[in-house]
Design a protein around this ligand. Structure first.
Ligand SMILES: [Zn+2]
Length: 86
């Protein structure tokens, strides 16, 4: 999988993401252009803004990425059925 996630017009490296907003932005300012967008906070005080789809996508990728840190591809994927019932 890619270490980059596309948010809006930017490709964001997953390792730069500090946090992802759980709720859409709302600040009450009339001319706010970020209303309803989700903030994706990066290192060094930067942020990118995405829609619900972008937010879901980067959350998914972050989870997969964290989970993927363990085993590298030192074994092939063939499973001879000596695993669990699933
Ligand atoms: Zn705002």
């Amino acid at each position: 999988m890619s270490i980059m996630c596309r948010i809006d017009d930017k490709l964001v490296p997953l390792y730069r993401v500090m946090w992802v907003s759980a709720v859409p932005h709302f600040c009450g300012e009339e001319d706010c252009t970020r209303e309803g967008c989700y903030e994706i906070r990066l290192e060094q005080g930067e942020s990118v803004w995405g829609n619900t789809e972008d937010r879901d996508k980067i959350c998914d990728q972050l989870e997969q990425w964290q989970g993927g840190l363990g085993p590298t591809d030192e074994t092939d994927e063939t499973d001879d059925g000596d695993g669990g019932p699933w």
